[in-house]
Design a protein around this ligand. Structure first.
Ligand SMILES: C[S@@+](CC[C@H](N)C(=O)[O-])C[C@H]1O[C@@H](n2cnc3c(N)ncnc32)[C@H](O)[C@@H]1O
Length: 330
């Protein structure tokens, strides 16, 4: 597919390469059933630079797309990149978990069926590479906000969070076993004004290379963007809008995120939702929302990892809804 190249058809350089592209196309193959997807909508909760969405638009001429991103820059790029598909694409700025219920309701009022929901969680290569966005080690900013309109940035986390909270973040999100000396070094060096300076402070406690710095920066980024909280809320909302035939695909880059998706899909697939210690079933045993499509997460092959090292930690899981959630939109 031409759109996988790093140059768009309008000649612009595409700053992000979609991960697991072929695997995502395959997961959403049910979109093409029944007349090339006519009357169906694909919701891309993390539109980014439109790589996955461009693939869907090209492959299924009847499918409409709703693209959501909390990053205005990414949204504006995609608006231009996807312009050739005209009114087949609608764009929304904001958190997917907040926007999804209203979008779903509007689509249904228009008589459209939601055939697929994709969330490719995490940062884009563009966000990581752009120094002004304050995500990378060299950046003169301490920022890391995906949505530049939100008040909390890395500056606040690094300079104002109490020691204990910083330790928790590094332990839980960075999987750093003993973060105390890191936190002490940060607190002692306050105020820290740039990522470059933060990297220097960490260098003084022996954390010098990319491998050591990455989990610390990642932990701060997860906190700034409430990435785990947002994922849980997004899963709540996807569960609420699930309708028969709808496929949900979630790509994660962190083990905690993958665990959350795995757990949720397993819950959705359960017939009985009684507590495990209940003497007998009292829930009716009829609570299954659908089936897990991926017993194990789908991961990138060697070739993709060679061409795009970011794909190394990507995990894709899929779920097929077979019945609507009670009380949810129908
Ligand atoms: C990994 S990139 C997606 C790349 C996209 N699939 C592509 O092919 O270009 C993740 C994007 O999702 C956005 N994002 C992450 N979490 C989000 C959320 N909860 N709601 C809306 N956008 C989100 C980020 O701002 C970023 O632009």
């Amino acid at each position: 597919m031409g759109e996988r190249l790093n140059i768009s058809q309008t000649g612009e350089k595409i700053p992000h390469r979609p991960v697991l592209f072929d695997e995502v196309m395959e997961l959403f193959a049910p979109l093409g059933e029944e007349g090339g997807g006519k009357g169906k909508v694909f919701i891309d909760c993390t539109l980014g630079f439109g790589g996955h969405t461009a693939g869907i638009l090209e492959k299924y001429p009847g499918v409409q797309v709703v693209g959501i991103d909390r990053d205005r820059e990414a949204l504006e790029f995609s608006r231009k990149r996807l312009a050739k598909w005209g009114e087949r694409v609608e764009f929304y700025h904001g958190r997917a978990s907040e926007l999804l219920p209203e979008i779903a309701e509007n689509l249904r009022k228009r008589g459209l069926k939601i055939g697929g929901v994709l969330a490719d969680i995490g940062v884009s290569s563009y966000q990581l590479d752009q120094e002004k966005r304050g995500f990378n080690f060299e950046s003169p900013q301490l920022d890391m906000r995906m949505d530049q309109t939100q008040p909390l940035s890395a500056r606040e986390v690094v300079n104002h969070y109490p020691r204990q909270k910083l330790e928790e973040i590094f332990r839980n999100y960075g999987e750093i076993r003993n973060p105390r000396r890191i936190v002490e070094a940060i607190v002692k060096a306050r105020p820290i004004v740039s990522n470059r300076e933060l990297a220097q402070v960490l260098g003084k406690v022996g954390i010098k290379n990319k491998k050591g710095l990455a989990p610390i920066f990642q932990a701060i980024r997860i906190e700034v963007n409430d990435e785990l909280g947002e994922l849980e809320q997004l899963l709540d909302k996807i569960g609420e809008i699930g309708e028969p035939g709808m496929v949900a695909g979630i790509i994660t880059f962190h083990s905690l995120e993958d665990r959350a998706v795995k757990r949720r899909f397993k819950e959705w697939a359960k017939r009985c939702i009684c507590p495990p210690d209940a003497p007998r079933c009292s829930c009716g045993g009829d609570n299954q929302l659908g089936i897990v499509l991926t017993k194990k997460p789908i991961v990138a092959g060697e070739r993709e990892i060679r061409e795009n090292p970011r794909a190394r930690s990507a995990k894709l899981r899929g779920f097929l809804f077979t019945r609507p959630v009670e009380g949810g939109a129908v």
